[in-house]
Design a protein around this ligand. Structure first.
Ligand code: HEM
Length: 532
């Protein structure tokens, strides 16, 4: 048993065995029984409070520190525990042909998971009905350590290079002066970012507001690699399909829910699990050989593109069931830390320019948001032995040693019973890389084709809904920004651009008519109000 597994037992033992203390006795964090939790100590009945009142100071100063910084994105979320069961195959082929990752190998093999779903832009208590991508982050506690698959519900993203992430997020976050989200700012950025038009076409369609977390898809979005036991790699994309089906909300449906409940998705997930109605998702992958694919009209490392399903079929590899709610929201959901760098043997990175940036960003922010020892927290720690020579730092909770490790040796190599490297028993994956160091855009941008195909694939009502949602939001932008957005949609499909342009013109005319009417009414009221 690892140190980590022993911790809860140790806690119970200490709390339960203080002599003369009933099990439910309130204590301070120092273990002192609290005999009066109603009054502070004061001089006399009405005199000043005293500063040596440790019990009060501990309580109030801990309260003062109850919040940690919320996630800079994806602050609003809900989580659950569950299990992933492998099929042992990828489609009809043995999975070992493509990856040696142990969690996928045998049919029926189970791996515990923790999942956090989220919205992206607004803060931790914002409504869950917003038109916003949804996060879908899964932590697999595998025998080889943790694997995090940090995805979204939609299958593409706004940008294709991580250096633009702070900009796209700033445009979507509230205005730094007015503190309000502003369509004028959002579309100012988007109209200068043509690669965003595919994502916008999905986000403003009827698929832009999932009904809840149980009825939505998931996608890794970025391109990863699988590596087999011969050290050969393929490119992969991951998809989660909800067994309970996909459901979305229209804008009016979302607004009706929001008027009464800003927590509906958190509530839905929690209550379904409590009543034993465990949500399930199938994990599917798309596979491509690991090369540049000049025959394709997009770059496989460009996350603004989908890989067409007809060419790259979705191959099932396993199923996930969520079957246990967190016992404590803060400890498990708020402190959970996922990252794209967290891979196990047999899974690898591609050179997707978003993925490499994300991989730095997650653990960087978590060292700040949660603390330098965030990986020692039970929700983040692997469920296998952790043995490192890393020591100390804020909130160090335990020493990650192996049984029998000499506690004096926190370095490697050593001949005094320290930790040793794992055997090099698998061929290392060593891709060949060469080229000039440069700041180069992805060459095959093709920003409009897939967005146009998506527009044409929608049913009539979906196109109507898309146009209505876009017009409503883009109308907040300046005429120049509106014109640039129309130009982008026109390049996707002339009908798309024409309909947004007509919608914006009609919206402007109706706003002008309303303003005119309001002026006339005000003049009439002011005439009627004249006493003489
Ligand atoms: C959360 C950065 C793109 C999915 C976060 C967080 C950061 C971040 C800093 C907060 C993490 C925390 O506080 O624990 C970035 C950067 C990106 C990027 C720099 C682009 C370069 C994406 C994309 C996806 C995504 C494309 C979808 C595939 C998520 C999810 C979370 C998250 C699901 C929430 C994880 C959780 O539930 O704790 N991201 N992100 N991000 N990001 Fe990204």
């Amino acid at each position: 048993m690892s140190d980590h597994d022993q911790l809860p037992e140790h806690h119970t033992a200490v709390q339960g065995t203080t002599p003369g203390q009933a099990d439910q006795t309130l204590t301070t964090r120092q273990g002192h029984p609290v005999r009066n939790n109603q009054q502070q100590r004061t001089v006399g009945t009405r005199g000043p409070a005293t500063l040596e009142n440790y019990q009060f100071l501990e309580k109030i100063s801990h309260f003062d520190r109850e919040r940690i910084p919320e996630r800079v994105v994806h602050a609003r979320g809900a989580g659950a525990h569950g299990v992933f069961e492998a099929y042992g195959k990828v489609g009809d082929e043995p999975v070992s042909k493509y990856t040696r990752a142990k969690l996928f190998q045998e049919a029926g093999k189970q791996t515990p998971v923790f999942v956090r779903f989220s919205t992206v832009i607004h803060s931790s208590h914002s409504p869950e009905t917003m038109r916003d991508p949804r996060g879908f982050a899964v932590k697999f506690y595998t025998e080889d350590g943790n694997w995090d698959l940090v995805g979204n519900n939609l299958k593409v993203f706004f940008i294709r290079d991580a250096i633009k992430f702070p900009d796209v997020i700033h445009s979507l976050k509230p205005d730094p002066v007015t503190n309000r989200q502003d369509g004028g700012r959002i579309f100012d950025f988007m109209s200068n970012t043509p690669e965003a038009v595919h994502m916008l076409t999905l986000l403003f369609s009827p698929h832009g507001i999932p009904a809840n977390y149980r009825h939505m898809q998931g996608s890794g979005v970025n391109t990863y690699k699988w590596v087999n036991d011969r050290g050969e790699a393929v490119l992969v994309k991951y998809h989660w399909e909800p067994v309970q089906g996909i459901r979305n909300l229209t804008q009016p449906e979302a607004e009706a829910i929001q008027a009464k409940n800003i927590n509906h998705a958190t509530q839905d997930l929690y209550e379904a699990i409590e009543r034993g109605d465990f949500p399930q998702w199938e994990l599917l992958v798309q596979i491509m050989s690991d090369d540049e694919h000049p025959e394709l009209d997009f770059d496989p490392l460009d996350d603004t593109k989908i890989w067409p399903r007809e060419q790259f079929p979705w191959l099932p590899v396993g199923k996930m069931t969520l079957n246990r709610n967190p016992e404590n929201y803060f400890a498990e959901v708020e402190q959970a830390a996922f990252g794209t760098g967290v891979l196990v043997d047999g899974l690898d990175f591609s050179d997707d320019k978003m993925l490499v940036g994300r991989t730095f960003s997650y653990s960087d922010t978590q060292r700040y948001r949660v603390g330098s020892n965030y990986l020692q927290l039970p929700i983040n720690a692997p469920k296998r032995q952790v043995a490192t020579n890393q020591r100390d730092g804020q909130m160090a909770y335990r020493v990650d040693t192996a049984p029998g490790q000499n506690p004096h040796v926190n370095y490697e190599p050593s001949s005094m019973n320290g930790l040793t490297e794992a055997p090099r028993d698998v061929p290392e994956y060593t891709p060949w890389v060469e080229g000039h160091l440069q700041r180069a855009p992805i060459e095959r941008t093709n920003d409009f084709q897939q967005a146009g195909e998506q527009y044409r694939a929608f049913e009539d009502w979906e196109r109507d809904d898309l146009i209505g949602n876009l017009v409503e939001n883009i109308s907040a932008a300046t005429p120049e920004v509106q014109a640039r957005m129309v130009e982008l949609f026109t390049q996707c499909d002339p009908d798309y651009g024409r309909r947004v342009a007509e919608g914006l013109a009609a919206h402007a005319a109706s706003r002008a008519a309303k303003e005119e009417g309001a002026v006339q009414q005000a003049e009439e009221r002011s005439r009627e109000a004249q006493p003489y």
